[in-house]
Design a binder for this molecule. Structure first.
Ligand code: PLP
Length: 398
């Protein structure tokens, strides 16, 4: 799997599958939302589906809805059912089979909610699930049990109780707004939520997790950016998996956020047939730096129901990090993590550069496979200390 010219360049794919006259509304995010592809009929009007995809779409209605913005839809290859964009948003028949290791709540979030909608797993920070809707739905969604409104559970965020919990829990200094996608809310609604959080003195750091800059870059309006910058320090973690997703519209939207002083990070999910090669990952992280986005996490795909066709062996993630570290800019390298099944939190997984841990020294290897011996510090000999003391202060009587 190698990136094509199509993937490496920042280009617009509009109008793509849409008629030329839709371009007058193209940059209106409400038009993009109204014109999402969310039915088999819509989909088949534009793409020739395989049987694996057609069956997947029919099954998806009871698990996780399908919905694709026109902007993102245009990144799909009409003729290639294995296209890395198609695999992320078009359901496939494999989603209908749950492997024995899979779970509906793979990160054990439901058992760590002191208040419905608020996940408190780490000592000093919380995950606040503010909505169950997204601009488009990722087929490997870790929260598919509650997201999109058609699955087995419904998100019932208790707003007042959640704010009261935050107010009375002073060890919480970091709030992560997620869902669903918080940037689907109106500017006014988001402003109210952020204002309420900012009124809590112990909350230092706020971030928003969002794939809207990728699915719906038109939503990143100057008005939204002006509102967000009132609530600093505010970070945004975006989610992009494949370099083709970084179009010229996305680069411009990320530029508006960066110009508003919002530090940007990216979270990718390692997905089979989408981004499971060093070449694709390297192109992705280089494009991210050009958009002023720092790669943050590379996630092993969670053990979510119906995901085995998208998951990779852990060794593949380690090989990707090994293929990046030393070979490219350190800022471009994300931390590879596994979210511990059942609620262990994020566990960092790294290539092993320690060949041997001896007494008083380590044997290390570098990114080129060369071996280095690295000694622990030696204690200064007592005689040396006496000698130097006499040299520095010859007249100080003993
Ligand atoms: C990922 C996550 C966070 C944030 O973790 P960081 O390592 O600080 O990015 C907080 N709470 C929950 C439940 C999470 O899953």
């Amino acid at each position: 799997m190698r990136p094509s010219d199509f993937d490496t360049a920042f280009i617009s794919h509009a109008p793509g599958y849409w008629p030329e006259d839709s371009m007058s509304r193209w940059s209106d995010f409400k038009w993009q939302l109204r014109n999402r592809v969310d039915s088999l009929t819509d989909l088949e009007a534009r793409l020739r589906l395989t049987d694996v995809e057609r069956a997947g779409v029919l099954l998806a209605g009871h698990k996780l809805a399908m919905s694709i913005t026109p902007h993102f839809f245009n990144l799909m290859d009409r003729d290639d059912p294995e296209c890395p964009i198609r695999r992320q948003v078009i359901p496939r028949i494999e989603e209908g089979w749950n492997a024995p290791e899979e779970l509906s709540d793979p990160c054990g979030e439901d058992s760590h909610m002191p208040v419905p909608g608020l996940v408190h797993r780490y000592p000093d920070r919380v995950l606040f699930l503010v909505t169950d809707r997204c601009a488009s739905y990722c087929r490997y969604c870790t929260r598919s049990r509650v997201v999109s409104g058609v699955g087995e559970q419904h998100l019932e965020t208790q707003w007042e109780a959640a704010f009261r919990y935050l107010e009375k829990t002073p060890q919480i200094r970091d709030v992560l707004l997620s869902g669903g996608d918080p940037l689907l809310f109106s500017d006014e609604r988001l402003d109210k939520i952020l204002t309420r959080l900012r009124a809590i003195p112990h909350i230092q750091f706020i971030r928003i997790g969002s794939r809207i800059p990728i699915f719906l870059p038109q939503r990143i309006t100057p008005e939204l950016c002006a509102m967000l910058k009132k609530h600093h320090p505010l970070f945004i973690s975006i989610h992009t998996n494949h370099p083709r997703e970084l179009t010229s519209e996305v680069r411009d939207a990320l530029g508006r956020l960066a110009d508003a002083g919002i530090p940007l990070g990216n979270q990718s999910v390692l997905l089979r047939g989408v981004n499971d090669s060093v070449e694709i990952q390297k192109t992705l992280v280089h494009k991210l730096l050009m958009c002023r986005v720092r790669p943050y996490y590379l996630y092993q795909c969670d053990l979510i129901n119906g995901s085995s066709h998208l998951r990779t062996p852990v060794a593949q993630g380690v090989a990707i990090i090994e293929g990046l570290r030393g070979h490219t800019t350190g800022y471009a390298i994300p931390q590879f993590v596994i979210d511990g099944p059942g609620g262990g939190g994020k566990i960092p997984i790294n290539p092993n550069y320690i060949v041997e841990a001896g007494t008083g020294h380590l044997t290390l290897r570098n990114f080129e496979g060369e071996i280095f011996d690295y000694p622990d510090p030696s204690p200064m000999p007592r005689a040396e200390m006496v000698r130097l003391q006499q040299q520095a202060m010859p007249h100080a009587g003993c």
